[in-house]
Design a protein around this ligand. Structure first.
Ligand code: PRP
Length: 209
């Protein structure tokens, strides 16, 4: 049985469609209920819907053989997994943003609010810029408005949230997209099945381009 962790939500539905096209369909998954685990005995596949930021934990610890996680999570938590494929879905970027009028003169320690403390710390360390990190869990955009921080490090997709709060991107740290990941020992022991899925999805990603 191949265990697959899918990120709950619209991205996960697109990802499931790719697995289905790869020959690992599980029709019961489309039934509209609150179930979180679905399996197709005949195809030897089991899917579970998990919070997108938890997929890498399931895969790292072997509860799932493979899964789909955002590059943001992989960079932030550096789970011990194989990154097999860029799915070219869920595209956005990790960026530094601040009120339009803010300019970093480099004089004082920069106050940075973020959910992604490691990404922020690594980015500013690479610039040799001293920062004070303020860890938040959501609605990060409020922090500079209320002067809790000077800037934020956060995900920007359409840019609408920033714009509506009079913030703008000051620099892009890294582009983000969804990645197919594998547990390391599953890759060894279920390699043929995983390889088959990777190849089929690789072709689908090309067709999407
Ligand atoms: C993310 C991110 C921004 C928003 C960016 O939040 O933190 O707030 O999306 O999208 P946009 O550029 O298209 O406006 P998410 O919805 O994931 O929730 P969060 O507040 O928990 O971070």
């Amino acid at each position: 049985m191949l265990n697959v962790a899918l990120p709950k939500g619209r991205l996960g539905e697109k990802v499931y469609a790719m697995f289905e096209a790869a020959g690992y369909e599980c029709p019961s998954i489309k039934e509209n209920n609150r179930k979180l685990i679905f399996e197709n005995e005949e195809k030897q596949v089991r899917y579970f819907w998990v919070k997108p930021s938890d997929v890498a934990i399931y895969v790292e610890r072997g509860a799932a053989d493979i899964g789909v996680a955002g590059k943001d999570i992989l960079l932030e938590y550096v789970p011990d997994v194989y990154e097999l494929l860029d799915l070219n879905l869920g595209k956005c970027r990790m960026a530094v943003a601040a009120p339009n009028e803010f300019n970093d003169d480099g004089q004082k320690v920069l106050k940075v609010a973020t959910k992604f403390t490691n990404i922020a710390a690594n980015y500013y360390a690479s610039l040799g810029r001293e920062i004070d990190i303020i860890k938040l869990n959501g609605s990060i955009e409020i922090a500079p408005i209320l002067k809790l921080s000077d800037v934020i490090v956060d995900i920007v997709e359409t840019g609408t949230t920033l714009k509506e709060n009079n913030l703008e991107v000051k620099s892009t740290i890294v582009p983000i997209s969804a990645r197919l990941i594998s547990n390391k020992s599953s890759f060894k022991f279920k390699g043929a099945d995983i390889e088959k899925i990777v190849n089929s999805i690789k072709n689908q990603v090309k067709e999407n381009d």
